[in-house]
Write a protein that binds this ligand. Structure first.
Ligand code: GLU
Length: 343
């Protein structure tokens, strides 16, 4: 199999002397440095029109392809935005990260590892083959199979109670009440036969904790929640801040649920390109087919981006490029260290 093209071009490379100190501890650079880097990243990629818009959900095909928004929210609560950071889009697969965090919080580390799994499939996000190859295991909560199982495990006696739990939980991550895009919800509901089939297949393996049709419906609703790049940055900053939303001060999930979620994102957040992403950006992230990406710098903050044109794996092209640029410019790569000065 040939390697996919690189995530970035030569212009992305930030010389070491210009880059923030890439160490996995500490805080973000000063607000002035963060804002200047956001503006530079925006200017670098605003005219990049590579990639194509997702059209397998008809309602996504009508979006303005040139929208481009970037937001950084620091763990301390400072908000920095540039471009179309307030533009709303359906959260799609990015919901998987936050539903997993809520389910991990409710059920615990070991139960979700056993029932959902935490290993990369190496196959597309909607692969049926991955379920069959793994004897019914959904593999991880970032592919549709694992996301359907996670959604089925949400606490609640009725479908409405489970849906409320998810909507309230994601709203607490965002720090504001999130609403559904009815057009996206009905469009995806009319075209989600593959997800329905997957839910029935998982049920045949005894993996689903609920009715397959109801579970697929709740999953489709969670994917249709509207967010902005700024919302994603706040949600990411909450995962970066031990589960405390830095704007509202609310403890949304525990530090342990954040750690579990970020580990899963690092392994599987960017579809089949999760390895390339971790290699180049060095942070956990999650993308969705409507063009959003949330990136988390633990202890420092969250980055939210929105740009609808996608690469072949379904990841926003500009989003990946600007995340790569900002990872270097702000010194965010988790694997960075400075040589010790101890004797
Ligand atoms: N709702 C979409 C699906 O299940 C999400 C896809 C994505 O963002 O990866 O197909």
């Amino acid at each position: 199999m040939s390697s996919p093209p690189p995530l970035h071009d030569r212009r992305d490379t930030v010389p070491d002397e210009q880059a923030g100190a890439a160490v996995s501890t500490g805080r973000l650079p000063s607000p002035e440095i963060v804002m200047a880097a956001l503006e530079r990243g925006f200017e670098r990629y605003r005219t990049d029109d590579s990639g194509v818009i997702a059209n397998y959900i008809p309602a996504l095909a009508g979006v303005d392809p040139d929208l481009f928004g970037i937001a950084v929210v620091a763990a301390g609560g400072a908000v920095h935005t540039v471009g179309d950071a307030a533009a709303l889009f359906s959260i799609q697969s990015i919901s998987k990260a936050f539903v997993f965090a809520l389910v991990d919080e409710a059920l615990g580390h070991e139960t979700v590892r056993q029932r959902v799994g935490v290993n990369n499939t190496g196959l597309p996000f909607n692969s049926m083959l991955a379920i069959e190859l793994n004897a019914g295991s959904p593999s991880n909560p970032m592919v549709n199979a694992g996301a359907l199982v996670a959604t089925s495990l949400v606490p609640g006696q009725s479908v409405d109670a489970r849906w409320q739990f998810i909507r309230d939980g994601l709203s607490r991550f965002a720090g504001r009440p999130l609403e559904i895009d009815d057009g996206v919800y009905s469009s995806e509901s009319a075209n989600n036969q593959r997800n329905q089939a997957m839910a029935w297949m998982l049920d045949s393996y005894g993996r689903l904790n609920g009715d397959p049709a109801e579970t697929t419906d709740v999953y489709t609703r969670q994917c249709s929640l509207l967010v902005s790049a700024t919302d994603l940055a706040v949600m990411g900053a909450t995962l970066a801040d031990g589960g405390v939303n830095p704007l509202t001060g609310e403890q949304v999930v525990s530090p342990r649920a954040c750690r579990d979620t970020l580990a899963v994102l690092a392994a599987s957040g960017l579809y089949e390109r999760s390895g390339d992403w971790l290699y180049e950006i060095g942070m956990p992230g999650k993308s969705g087919v409507s063009g959003g990406i949330v990136t988390v710098s633990p202890g420092k903050g969250g980055l939210g981006t929105f740009s609808p044109r996608l690469d072949a794996a379904g990841n926003s092209v500009r989003g990946q490029r600007v995340a790569h640029y900002l990872s270097g410019a702000l010194g965010l790569n988790l694997f960075g260290s400075a040589p010790t000065t101890d004797a």
